[in-house]
Design a protein around this ligand. Structure first.
Ligand SMILES: Cc1cc2nc3c(=O)[nH]c(=O)nc-3n(C[C@H](O)[C@H](O)[C@H](O)COP(=O)(O)OP(=O)(O)OC[C@H]3O[C@@H](n4cnc5c(N)ncnc54)[C@H](O)[C@@H]3O)c2cc1C
Length: 355
């Protein structure tokens, strides 16, 4: 019997993968409703369809263009393959229903507090013995802490607001803003009036956020905040019969802070461990770990960028051959993109001095 702690996108995806193969799965979620509260922008690349059957049930918008701004206010227009903007509450609950239809059992109002000798203890007093324990319980994973594998993980803070703008915008365009101090800001449209405006950075997140909100005139419909773990390739993601996956295992792209698709990818490696006995750690290392390491490398380089470096980067991206490469090699798996960029436009290599 497999116990999954956390009914987020990664826990639900793993639950359906295991249940569909006849494994007995129980999912324990601390909240009374799945997918609430939300702390996510919900932008997903077209690779989502490699993992799940994409349904209109949870999609609020589709976009295929981005404008990326440098600190001096210049921007580059980039074509993208189709990206989905999802409603996270509907997204999470949709995949919980898929898992249930495959036979997984869900237990809401079950906050995991600790475990000893494979007996899980919940805040409501329930105790359950389990053969396999999966921590899909997000960045502050109590499962990781309980198993003694929380490690020395680092976090970035993300703030976001849903805003109804005064003026209509092009709902097909996502905007990104880059700046010093690990700063990334975004404007993600739900439609031509309602947008998700957010920032994530290591320092000064509040100031960046206030600044962005001030620049975009509109009515605030709601606030969201959350911790985003920085990928740690050295983190232990398994101990005895306990495994971590998704944000609980820091499996998030360090460049854009997207964690849903990498988490699902790692969940496949965990599925193969549970069903077939393959090594989970090796599966992640050989698979999604390579991309996550590349995102981390790029992030570490960009952390040392000055404003001028960002300005130069955006200028270089304006080159037509670079735009074509960015379109062809999606940001989800950046290894091929970086290699092609270095060959096609050697001026990118100058940023290696920040390595
Ligand atoms: C502001 C912001 C914007 C983001 N934007 C994007 C984006 O556009 N695209 C993208 O791909 N990613 C984005 N992310 C990251 C994304 O939200 C996460 O990577 C993703 O949610 C990870 O899924 P998960 O299932 O691993 O964990 P979570 O979504 O965190 O789910 C964990 C689940 O476990 C439950 N839980 C936690 N502790 C316990 C406990 N003790 N007992 C029982 N249940 C528990 C929680 O209630 C939750 O349901 C963003 C994050 C933030 C903060």
């Amino acid at each position: 019997m497999v116990s999954i702690i956390g009914a987020g996108p990664v826990g639900n995806y793993l639950a359906s993968q295991l249940s569909s193969k006849g494994e007995k799965v129980n999912v324990y979620e601390e909240h009374s409703k799945i997918g609430v509260p939300v702390a996510c922008t919900g932008i997903l690349t077209s690779y989502l369809s490699d993992f799940v059957k994409v349904s209109e049930d949870y999609i609020v918008n589709k976009i295929n263009e981005t404008h990326v701004y440098s600190p001096n206010g210049n921007f580059v227009k980039l074509r993208l393959k189709k990206n989905f903007i999802v409603d996270r509450t509907l997204f999470d609950s949709h995949f919980a229903e898929v898992a249930k239809s495959e036979g997984a059992k869900y237990h809401n109002n079950h906050k995991f507090v600790s475990m000893k000798n494979s007996v899980l203890k919940f805040q409501n007093g329930n105790k359950i013995k389990s053969d396999v324990i999966v921590g899909a319980d997000g960045p502050n994973s109590l499962v990781a802490r309980s198993a003694g594998i929380f490690g020395d993980r680092k976090f970035v803070v993300g703030h976001q607001a849903r805003v109804k703008l005064k003026k209509k915008i092009d709902s097909n365009v996502v905007e990104f803003f880059l700046g010093e101090g690990n700063y990334i800001g975004w404007l993600v449209p739900e439609d031509d009036k309602v947008v998700r405006l957010g920032v994530a950075s290591h320092q000064g997140t509040d100031e960046h956020f206030k600044d962005l909100i001030k620049k975009r005139n509109g009515k605030i419909l709601g606030w969201q905040s959350g911790a985003i773990p920085v990928y740690d390739p050295k983190l232990k993601i398994e101990k005895d019969n306990t495994f971590l996956v998704g944000d609980a295992a820091t499996q998030v792209k360090a460049t854009t802070y997207g964690g849903i698709i990498p988490g699902m990818n790692a969940a496949n490696a965990l599925r193969d461990r549970i069903l077939e006995g393959n090594s989970y750690t090796k599966g992640v290392k050989k698979g999604i770990g390579k991309s996550l390491k590349t995102h981390l490398l790029v992030r570490n380089i960009m952390n040392k960028f000055s404003e001028n470096d960002y300005n130069d980067l955006i200028e270089l991206c304006g080159n037509d051959s670079v735009k074509k490469l960015i379109y062809e090699h999606d940001r989800e798996y950046p290894i091929k993109l970086l290699m092609s960029l270095a060959i096609k436009e050697p001026r990118f290599l100058k940023f290696l001095r920040c390595f």
